[in-house]
Write a protein that binds this ligand. Structure first.
Ligand SMILES: [Zn+2]
Ligand SMILES: [Zn+2]
Length: 141
């Protein structure tokens, strides 16, 4: 996979935000995530890296994606008992997840935000975050 200039900048920012040193291995891991509309498990990501001729260890993949999740740079999705990872947009969003091909789309939903606001206004409750995912099949499937 070719790494162009803008993607390179995104990757540098993500690594910096996650407090990770910018190594060649981490950059190539991230390049594959930034270029994918599908959520990928660490094993799927590792397989793609191998297919593209990158000798990155599975443990390095696990550690890198976990650090990026901790930094809020990746969203996680349950995938048959494992976790899949995706680089989403920066703006607050929800998800549509295709259960056939694994494609994930960012979804904006004012209704959800209004509902969360209503929940947060209940006396004594403090809301820290929320998440809404919709599962189904995408137009391509
Ligand atoms: Zn997301
Ligand atoms: Zn699909």
């Amino acid at each position: 996979m070719r790494v162009d200039a803008s993607r390179d900048e995104i990757i540098t920012c993500m690594l910096r935000a996650a407090g990770l040193r910018s190594t060649a291995q981490r950059r190539v891991i991230l390049a594959h995530l930034v270029g994918s509309s599908h959520a990928l498990t660490a094993q799927q990501l590792h397989a793609r890296l191998c297919d593209d001729g990158h000798g990155v260890g599975l443990n390095t993949v696990y550690r890198t994606v976990q650090a990026l999740v901790d930094a809020g740079a990746l969203h996680t999705f349950p995938d048959h008992g494992e976790l899949a990872f995706r680089r989403c947009g920066d703006a607050h969003h929800h998800h549509f997840i295709c259960q056939r091909c694994g494609r994930v789309e960012d979804v904006l939903a004012d209704e959800v935000e209004r509902w969360v606001t209503a929940v947060a206004q209940r006396p004594g409750y403090t809301v820290h975050s929320h998440r809404a995912d919709v599962y189904g099949t995408c137009p391509a499937c």
